[in-house]
Design a protein around this ligand. Structure first.
Ligand code: PLP
Length: 379
């Protein structure tokens, strides 16, 4: 009675590492977690307070299926202020995180056999989302020497009459790199729609991040509150779409999800309007950790050709130590007691790399780096 699509969808590879790490912790072993993909900070107090007020005021009901108007207006104000782009609140659909909105979007645009271009390496769920909805993920390898940015010549070679969209993610998980303005502009000029996962926008330490909406209106933007505002557990995100897609998206949303969480929406309005101070403090802290981690990893012999300037990841070349990233990650866990994510979890072209997350305290990062250094010396 289990559908083929449910039987076939792969689990998160990183879960294997995490579950092994949890088992070790139960055995009394102290593990440092550098495999995690979520902020270690608690949600800023002003956002929590807004949620408390919303509860006290009885905001405990379904909301408009597109999301509370005030929140959609705040999202448009944010895009205008940050990127100088005008978005109408009627083009914004609020949902319970970018992940369910990916499901919604792909279900609205894909017919069986339609292709979506993704980079390799990529966020591990992308091919699973596409395949689950009977689409075909088409991978374009991206390379360390380019800072893992797409080469537009490589994209154009993969566009067919079945290509429905090109998916971009800047700043990127797993690489932490940004797409340059020049490359983004070139991608925006291709004829398929662009799906731009902007969930790490704002987490930028050098250079300027761009939204795809600066270069084209033929784009779907996915963004949310999980990363920048340390709100992973609140489950809130949004999709900005061209007008002609809004009604179909709204109808699917009404049927499957009804509306996003009311309390989270109230909190998110405050996140956009009042959380600049705490966000800046988190950014300063991430940046210090980033500099420290890059420095330590390089000294140990990991390859970092283009230093990552966004998100909270370092995607380091570990081929000097092993060709098998899964084996290496497991060995680091077993022998150094540090959780890291193998590059293979992010696509075949991620093999030979390890993703390190600096969403952890500087003390834990220091201890993690010390342990890995000692492990590499004695192996
Ligand atoms: C690239 C990317 N997109 C989307 C998500 C999911 O975000 P959300 O919490 O909004 O569902 C993640 C989470 O790790 C991510 O790394």
């Amino acid at each position: 009675m289990i559908s083929k699509r449910a039987a076939d969808i792969p689990p998160f590879v990183v879960m294997d590492v995490l579950e092994r790490a949890q088992k070790m912790a139960r055995e009394g072993i102290h593990v440092i977690h550098l495999e995690v993909g979520e902020p270690d900070f608690d949600t800023p107090a002003c956002i929590n307070d807004a949620a408390g007020r919303a509860l006290a005021e009885g905001h405990t009901h379904y909301t408009h299926s597109m999301g509370v108007v005030e929140l959609r207006e705040a999202i448009c104000a944010h895009y205008l202020q940050t990127y100088g782009v005008r978005v109408d609140p009627d083009q914004v659909l609020v949902g319970n995180g970018t992940s369910p909105l990916f499901f919604l979007l792909l279900s609205a645009i894909l017919e069986p056999g339609d292709e979506v271009i993704i980079s390799d390496p990529h966020y591990c769920c992308y091919p699973n989302f596409i395949t689950f909805l009977d689409g075909v993920p088409v991978t374009v390898p991206v390379y360390e020497e380019d800072g893992f940015q797409y080469r537009s010549s490589a994209i154009s070679g993969k566009i067919t009459d079945r290509t429905r969209a090109i998916l971009i993610n800047s700043p990127s998980n797993p690489t932490g790199n940004l797409l340059s303005e020049r490359r983004m502009r070139a991608i925006a000029a291709f004829s398929p729609y662009i799906i731009s996962d902007e969930i790490y926008q704002g987490l930028v330490y050098e250079g300027k991040a761009h939204s795809i909406l600066e270069f084209t209106d033929r784009a779907f933007v996915l963004n949310g509150f999980s990363k920048l505002y340390a709100m992973t557990g609140w489950r809130l995100g949004y999709l900005i779409a061209p007008r002609e897609f809004i009604r179909p998206l709204q109808k699917i949303n009404q049927n499957f999800f009804i509306s996003a969480n009311a309390v989270s929406q109230a909190a998110a309005i405050t996140a956009l309007r009042e959380a600049d101070g705490p966000v800046r403090r988190m950014l300063d802290t991430y940046n210090r950790r980033r500099r420290y981690m890059i420095d330590r990893l390089k000294k140990m012999g990991f390859g970092i050709t283009v230093e990552p300037t966004g998100a909270f990841y370092v995607f380091a070349n570990a081929r000097r130590f092993s060709q098998d990233s899964f084996q290496l990650a497991m060995d680091i866990l077993e022998k150094a007691h540090v959780g890291v994510t193998p590059g293979i979890a992010f696509g075949a072209n991620g093999e030979g790399y390890i993703r390190f997350s600096y969403a952890n305290s500087i003390e834990n990062i220091t201890e993690g780096m010390d342990r890995i250094e000692a492990y590499l010396k004695r192996r």
